[in-house]
Each structure stands twice: as C-alpha cells, then as structure tokens.
Design a protein around this ligand. Structure first.
Ligand code: GZL
Length: 342
C-alpha cells in the first residue's frame, strides 16, 4: 500500500484540500484496482566491497514494482549517522516496512524505538543490532559469522598440521570494528590462536576495503608472517597486492578470506587464496519471505541463517571438524564458479 503516496498528497496546501481529497479519493479508487505496492525503506551499509554490491543487487532485484513493491534504497556510505537519518526519513514517509543492514551493532535503540512508536516493522539483514529490547526489530536474517570463523580456523589447523608447521605467525586484517561479522570472525581467530599457540603478529582494521588492507600489509610485511587472515575478499585483494609488490611469487604467505565472491573464488582456484569462507549475500528473497509472513498475519522466526560452504585451493584440505562435527570443503572449479548466482 503506498502510504507514502497518499500521505504525500494529503500533505498538500489547504487551498487545494477539496481537490486533493477528490483526487486522492479517485486515485485511491484506482489504487484499489491496481496491485497495491508495499513500500519498503532500505538502508544499506555502503558500497565497500564486492559482497556488498551483490547484497544490494539481491535487494533491488527482489523488491521491484512488478513484484508488488515500492523500494526506497539509501546508501549510508558506511556511516551510522546516515543510516539513522535514512530510517527517520522512512518513518516520516510512513513506509510499510524498514529493512537495514546495520554498519555496527551498537547505537540503534533510539531510532528503532521511533520506528516501533510509528508501528513500522523493522527487519534486520546481514549484520546484527545490539539493543536492550529485541522487540525493537521483528526478525533478522544473515550468516553465522562465528561459525564461519571457526570453520576457517579449523581449516587452517588442518593445513598447519599437514605441513607440520611448528611456528605460525598471522597478520590479522579485521573488518569494520564493531560490525557483527568483524566481532565474530575476530573472536574465532583469537580463540583458535590461543588454543593452538599461533602468533598474531599484527591486528588492525582494513574496514572491509582493498585500500585499507593494502596500507596495513605494506606496513607490516617486514614482520615475518606465514598466514594472512583477512575478514573479507576485498581486504585479501589489497593484502595480496602489497605482498606481490614485495614478493612476486607470493613469498609463501597463505591467505584466508571470507565472502567467496566470484573474484575471491577465482583467486582461490588459482592458489592465491588457500581458504575462502562463503558469506551468502543473497538476502533479498529471505527478507521477502519475512514480509510475506507478516502480510499474512504470521509471526516470522526471530533469527534465520543463510546456507554457506567452505571453499579451498585444490585439495590442500579435504574436510574440517568443528565441535566434533565434520564439514566438507569444496575445491573451486570453473564449473562451480559458473554455477553460482553471485
Ligand atoms: C558480512 C558483511 C561483510 C562482508 C564484507 O555479512 O557484513 O560486510 O563480509 C562486507 O564484504 O563489507
């Protein structure tokens, strides 16, 4: 229902009030005949990575007028204040639903209370919000980031054992500090490093960008490191560029990455990346399932996870074990890359 449109018309100046009511009334008759569009206000983190681009495409391809939606898409350029402004403007426009991927977990209580007072359901995708009252959002869909990190570290442990490495020095390039993916992927590595005696020789945020990781890697390459643990593909691309600038053959440094974007999978297939943890960005259809349930008066699951795999270079590792459960790993092939939809 295009509340936004009717509210906009009714906000017309008093002198044409009668005309507006008749026109809107008439228009309202028309809207009743047409498929009523559901208005969606969507606030996206930014355009910092290939993963984010794929996530935005998934949202835009799902919420189209042909499929019954009027999508208002706002890019926050990785700035929380821009997201809060966008959510407030969605409230003023009286959209039917607000969907957003929060750039960081904290700082959302006030604006989500405003959305709740306006009786606009909020769906969170990808990263999570850390709020005192979880009734401030209706549902969340995204990845199990901690499991991603645990699987990546289990694969690294399998590699370290197979290579009989005694000393493991790791450069850790983190994502945006305070983002759910960063908190969880960092926690998994920190716990594994202390469990297995790995040395984290450098730990810094590249903000999920190629430039950020390139700058860090350039600076720390003098510290002796065997492994780079980069918290998304674009950071891996940046780190790799710095490594190749110093060592044309890669210097024997093994890279671990997250996202498994098309470019990331190509780098895994050609051996530049040893382990790449999938992070499924196709969350548009998942968010739509939640909206359809709400439209039908049903209560959606509070939290839902998207399916994800572990990709590896060749057969360097054949499976990984996390908490006693074994997970297959997937060597990357051209056919596999062609088959995927992002
Ligand atoms: C993970 C997502 C992260 C990706 C990065 O779900 O929040 O943000 O791993 C992206 O590529 O920038």
């Amino acid at each position: 229902m295009k509340k936004r449109y009717i509210a906009g018309m009714m906000a017309g100046v008093a002198v044409i009030a009668i005309f507006t009511i008749c026109f809107t009334q008439g228009k309202k008759e028309n809207i009743k005949d047409e498929k009523e569009l559901i208005t969606i206000g969507f606030s996206q983190v930014g355009a910092e990575s290939d993963w984010r681009t794929a996530n935005s495409i998934s949202i835009k391809e799902t919420f189209t007028p042909e499929r019954g939606y009027d999508l208002i898409f706002e890019d926050a350029r990785q700035d929380q204040s821009n997201q809060i402004m966008a959510i407030r403007s969605f409230i003023q426009q009286d959209v039917d639903y607000i969907i957003f991927s929060p750039v960081v977990e904290d700082g959302w209580d006030t604006v989500l209370e405003e959305a709740k007072r306006a009786r606009i359901p909020v769906i969170v995708i990808d990263r999570m919000v850390n709020v005192k009252d979880d009734s401030l959002y209706t549902a969340w869909v995204g990845s199990d980031f901690y499991m991603q990190g645990e699987k990546a570290c289990a694969a690294l442990k399998a590699y370290v054992d197979a290579q009989e490495m005694e000393k493991v020095n790791i450069v850790h390039i983190q994502g945006t500090l305070g983002a759910t993916a960063q908190i969880a992927r960092t926690q998994a590595l920190t716990e594994a490093a202390s469990r297995y005696g790995w040395n984290i020789v450098a730990q810094e945020s590249g903000d999920y960008t190629e430039a950020g990781a390139y700058e860090i890697m350039n600076r720390v390459l003098n510290e002796y490191d065997d492994i780079d643990y980069c918290e998304n593909d674009n950071e891996t691309f940046g780190a790799l560029e710095a490594i190749k600038k110093k060592y044309s053959n890669g210097g024997g440094i093994k890279l671990i990455s997250f996202d498994a974007t098309e470019k990331g999978l190509r780098y895994t297939m050609n051996g530049n990346i040893m382990i790449n943890m999938e992070c499924n960005p196709m969350q548009g259809p998942e968010a739509e399932k939640i909206i359809k349930q709400l439209q039908d008066g049903k209560t959606p699951q509070k939290q839902a996870f998207v399916p994800e795999q572990i990709f590896v270079d060749g057969n360097v590792i054949t499976d990984v074990c996390v908490d006693g459960k074994t997970y297959d790993v997937q060597p990357v092939t051209e056919e596999l890359i062609e088959m995927r939809d992002y």
